[in-house]
Ligand binder design. Structure first.
Ligand SMILES: NC(=O)c1ccc[n+]([C@@H]2O[C@H](COP(=O)([O-])OP(=O)(O)OC[C@H]3O[C@@H](n4cnc5c(N)ncnc54)[C@H](OP(=O)(O)O)[C@@H]3O)[C@@H](O)[C@H]2O)c1
Length: 305
């Protein structure tokens, strides 16, 4: 099969279309012919070597956490999926014609959902939901802020926090204000405007997708004992402000993934896709995604060829 192989840490020229052996599903795995894969920030962080201490790759490696496609083979112990099922999955190695992963990584998608577009969803749906439901855990009526709210994870986090009954502030860049209303948040604040930050109400917690100096200047806005939930690592010094820090990594959850995919199919939740590229153009796709793309960038796979 063809795969976009990362041959060495570095820039996008290190992503090369090569023939690699197809995987065979183990007893608890399924094999999927890829219709779509999508680009996530972790892809270019892995490619460049920025994460090599925390998450070393064995090179050559195939990147890609998000896959959509049709099941072509089912492991002997798997009963939930049949050959031909349309699925999405939170996987490893999605930049390839075929993807093999544990059955728990996959969920069937609604009939009316486009199979390629569905590839935009797994990591950002699960991350946004888990950031709120498992890390921030807001109670009904609590006031929370989502940073990077117009990002792909941020949009899902706003949706999940609203579903918990929280009063949600969307933290954006001032330059993004024109489209912020589509989030349906209770309030919008430009995180790069100290004047606007001055008008923020006292917060019960923050769901952080940005980190760095942006989260550091928000500590004083959170009540003592409030929660900073993060997907970008533990913010330094939050504990010294009397805040509870919960940093998390996304984990597969087939049931929740299927529910959230239904929210997208039925229009309750929107994860915009800005552009699609062929698998062989994964380098160009990463370059676009890395530079303020404003939405998901998707790769199309061999199922459509
Ligand atoms: N821990 C985990 O398991 C996990 C899982 C998934 C993602 N992540 C991480 O979560 C982060 C977000 O992922 P994503 O897929 O949502 O990325 P994304 O779609 O690129 O969204 C990031 C959003 O944050 C905005 N932003 C960046 N800096 C900002 C600032 N200083 N003030 C206000 N807004 C700012 C960006 O605006 P611009 O586009 O204008 O820059 C963009 O709207 C990434 O760092 C990713 O690696 C972690």
């Amino acid at each position: 099969m063809k795969a976009m192989v990362l041959t060495a840490y570095g820039d996008v020229t290190k992503l090369v279309l090569e023939d690699v052996p197809e995987g065979k599903p183990g007893p608890n795995e399924i094999k999927v012919r890829m219709a779509g894969a999508s680009i996530n920030p972790v892809d270019w962080k892995l490619r460049s070597g920025a994460l090599q201490t925390m998450m070393p790759l064995t090179l050559p490696a195939v990147l890609g956490r998000d896959a959509s496609g049709e099941v072509v083979e089912v492991g002997s112990s798997v009963t939930r999926f049949a050959v031909g099922a349309r699925v999405i999955g939170l996987v490893m190695g999605a930049y390839a014609d075929f993807v093999v992963a544990d059955a728990e990584a996959w969920a069937e998608i609604p009939a009316k959902m486009d199979l390629v577009d569905a590839a935009a969803l797994p990591l950002v749906l699960l991350t946004g939901a888990q950031l709120i439901e498992e890390a921030l855990k807001p109670k009904r009526g609590e006031v929370v802020l989502v940073t990077g709210a117009l990002g792909s994870v941020g949009r899902v986090a706003v949706f999940a926090a609203k579903a918990c009954g929280a009063k949600v502030w969307a933290g954006i860049r001032a330059s993004q204000r024109g489209i912020a209303a589509e989030l349906g948040a209770d309030g919008v604040v430009a995180l790069d405007s100290d004047k606007e930050l001055g008008h923020l109400p006292r917060l019960d917690g923050i769901a952080d997708t940005v980190g760095g100096a942006t989260i550091a200047k928000l500590f004083g806005k959170v009540k003592k004992g409030g929660v900073i939930a993060s997907i970008v690592g533990e913010p330094a010094e939050a504990n010294e402000h009397g805040l509870v820090v919960r940093a998390m990594w996304t984990h597969p959850d087939s049931t929740r993934l299927a529910e959230l995919a239904r929210d997208v199919a039925e229009g309750r939740l929107v994860v915009p896709i800005v552009k699609k590229f062929e698998l062989s153009q994964a380098g160009a796709a990463q370059t676009l995604a890395e530079h303020h793309a404003g939405g998901k960038v998707v790769l199309t796979g061999s199922l459509l060829a």
